[in-house]
Design a protein around this ligand. Structure first.
Ligand code: TYD
Length: 206
């Protein structure tokens, strides 16, 4: 089963994913965690370029192609082999981040983005996607407090609002794939919701 964690910046998904992965491992599930951009040696090098605060001249099209390059490498090198061996993948961001950030955030053509994503992933879509949904202002305050501020967080508030709305639009288009989790709750409540929904889904998939 291929599970992705999505959400606006500061939704706490990285933290929640790590705790949930430990929980599944304790139960004996063959879990592999990974993240985007990154997750491979090549992907991590691409990630450094994307996050570098000095790369202020980065154009949206460049950004898009770098994300797809990182993703293509991750799919072939990590995700597909693990799924083939019967494992569970927990991935911190995936293709929906491109649609939410580049599509809705930067307002680039969604159909063209979908075609690029399809090329990069060879059509591999998640079985389940969790949207860790949080108020945009609250998310950015959390990020700033955590000292984890990168080039992409520095886009304006309207951009981040469009990203959040974009996620909701993606959920509306494919409700069967998504679970929306209120990430404004205390962390232990967020984790409890994640466990409840994913364990239900795992039970159903046998
Ligand atoms: P990261 O430090 O991983 O932040 P987070 O913990 O919020 O995931 O930075 C990832 C950033 O990259 C985040 O701001 C979203 C952005 N992003 C895109 O814009 N498009 C994409 O396709 C992906 C995968 C990420």
């Amino acid at each position: 089963m291929f599970i992705t964690f999505e959400g606006p910046d500061g939704s706490g998904k990285t933290y929640q994913l790590a705790i949930f992965a430990d929980y599944l491992k304790d139960k004996g599930y063959p879990v592999l965690t990974t993240r985007e951009p990154g997750g491979t040696s090549i992907g991590d090098q691409i990630r450094d370029v994307l996050h570098d605060m000095n790369n202020t001249e980065m154009r949206p099209h460049t950004e898009i192609l770098l994300y797809q390059a990182s993703r293509a490498q991750l799919v072939e090198q990590v995700i597909v082999p693990h799924l083939k061996s019967g494992g569970i993948i927990l991935c911190d961001r995936y293709a929906d981040s491109t649609l939410a950030y580049q599509g809705y955030g930067h307002q680039l053509n969604l159909k063209k983005l979908a075609a690029l994503i399809d090329f990069a992933t060879r059509g591999l879509t998640p079985d389940l996607s969790l949207l860790l949904d949080v108020d945009v202002g609250e998310g950015l305050r959390r990020r700033a407090r955590g000292g984890e501020w990168n080039r992409l967080d520095a886009y304006d508030l309207d951009f981040h609002q469009r990203v959040r709305k974009g996620y909701h639009e993606l959920v509306r288009q494919e409700p069967q794939r998504w679970v929306v989790i209120d990430a404004g709750q205390p962390p232990e409540r967020v984790q409890a919701d994640i466990r409840k929904f994913v364990m239900e889904r795992l039970a159903k998939s046998g």
